[in-house]
Design a binder for this molecule. Structure first.
Ligand SMILES: Nc1nc2c(c(=O)[nH]1)N[C@H]1C(S)=C(S)[C@@H](COP(=O)(O)O)O[C@H]1N2
Ligand SMILES: [Mo]
Length: 381
């Protein structure tokens, strides 16, 4: 007590004992300045620099990272994957055993469901992504359906629950990171238990030694540091399923679950950046605008590029896979002056990116069009 009051920086209320349940679960949306907590999260969880959109596959160090708690340090020789619950035979598999099973490699664009969150107003307080919480990798491993087939899923199964080795407290609730998938999604041929990213061992931050990858779903479904797979006969109600990752109007709206990735496109910012503002500076003349577009709901069918609000259709290239992004290009003759460039994709369901923000309480699935301010003058690259 004495010590607290003798500290000139301590506020008197710091002396009052705080019951753990009095701590706010998560701070609500704000219009205030960025907080230290958001800065801490954004320094841990980096996004993909937009210039990496030039590549079909994002090098592992440039792929975005999102980790809720701490990155576990797993000793693979004592690690096992457990498969149990509503199955005929429970399995316990070592990494050596998994590597003997048939393997597939799938190119997948992963995007964090909170991507775009910091652009919302009011701003939901969490990892403050701008627009680059995305990346594409080749994931290699055992098809989940193969192992579920080996275990024998019982008739009354409804979901499969995936639990990672990482634990922490979120919203006042201590838990291990866990998510479920409906049985029909879990049995898709392209859902993979990956032990390789781009042909090499998984990096620690991407889930070493084993992670789930669910093509087409926002990143939260792809559980890293996987330890257990449990087939269940009732819907899973864990924190990351029931409370987090929902489209909610307000704090007390039950909302609807976040699942597949909404259609989105991004552009490689042309020219060179101004260091601090990231405004682009470009020489006058011809330039090839380019970027990538993706959707977890259906193939990307078109991309339009907005040049000062005139929309022009871009040229599309073939995607590397069903749930990997698709390159687009558009030649542009840059005229001297100030310009705003944007891009807007449409997918096979007919969904198009909105021009205005898509607000919801947790800041999920914000796929509004990107806008890039460009100054065309003689000093660009
Ligand atoms: N075990 C575990 N798995 C996890 C997470 C986590 O915090 N713990 N974060 C999820 C979220 S929200 C996302 S967006 C992706 C990010 O995957 P990446 O870091 O490999 O890009 O991992 C998902 N899997
Ligand atoms: Mo995420």
């Amino acid at each position: 007590m004495t010590e607290i009051f003798s500290n000139p920086h301590a506020r008197p209320e710091a002396a009052q004992p705080q019951a753990p349940e009095q701590a706010p679960p998560t701070a609500g949306p704000t219009t205030g300045p960025l907080t230290r907590e958001e800065l801490q999260l954004s320094a841990r969880n980096h996004s993909m620099p937009l210039e990496a959109l030039r590549r079909d596959i994002t090098p592992p160090g440039l792929h975005y990272v999102l980790t809720h708690f701490d990155i576990p340090d797993i000793e693979v020789s004592s690690w096992h994957l457990r498969i149990n619950g509503a199955v005929e035979r429970a399995l316990e598999l070592s990494m050596a055993a998994l590597r003997r099973d048939p393997a597939i490699t799938v190119p997948v664009t992963l995007e964090c469901a909170g991507n775009g969150r910091s652009l919302l107003s009011p701003r939901p307080m969490s990892q403050p992504w701008v627009q680059e919480g995305v990346g594409t990798a080749h994931w290699t491993g055992v098809p989940l359906a193969y192992l579920l087939g080996k275990a024998g899923v019982l008739q009354n199964a409804v979901e499969v629950v995936f639990t990672g080795a990482d634990a922490g407290v979120q919203g006042g609730v201590p838990h291990r990171y866990a998510r479920s998938l409906p049985i029909r999604e879990a049995l898709r041929a392209d859902v993979v238990l990956a032990y390789k990213m781009d042909g090499t061992e998984l990096p620690p931050q991407h889930g070493y030694p084993l992670r789930l990858v669910v093509p087409g779903w926002y990143g939260m479904a792809s559980v890293k540091w996987l330890e257990s797979i449990e087939v269940v006969t009732a819907p899973f109600a864990g924190y990351q399923q029931k409370v987090a990752y929902r489209y909610q109007e307000s704090a007390d709206d039950a909302g609807t679950p976040v699942s597949r990735i909404r259609v989105r496109s991004l552009m490689v910012p042309p020219g060179v950046p101004d260091f601090f503002t990231r405004r682009r500076i470009l020489n006058p003349g011809p330039v090839l605008l380019q970027g990538r577009a993706w959707s977890g709901k259906g193939a990307v069918t078109g991309v339009e590029v907005g040049i000062d609000d005139t929309w022009v259709p871009a040229q599309l290239e073939k995607p590397a896979g069903g749930f990997a992004w698709r390159k687009w290009t558009l030649p542009w003759i840059a005229e001297p002056g100030e310009h705003v460039l944007s891009c807007r994709a449409t997918d096979a369901t007919g969904a198009t990116q909105p021009l205005e923000q898509n607000w919801n309480y947790q800041g999920m699935g914000n796929n509004m069009v990107q806008r890039i301010n460009v100054t065309v003058e003689g000093t660009g690259a």
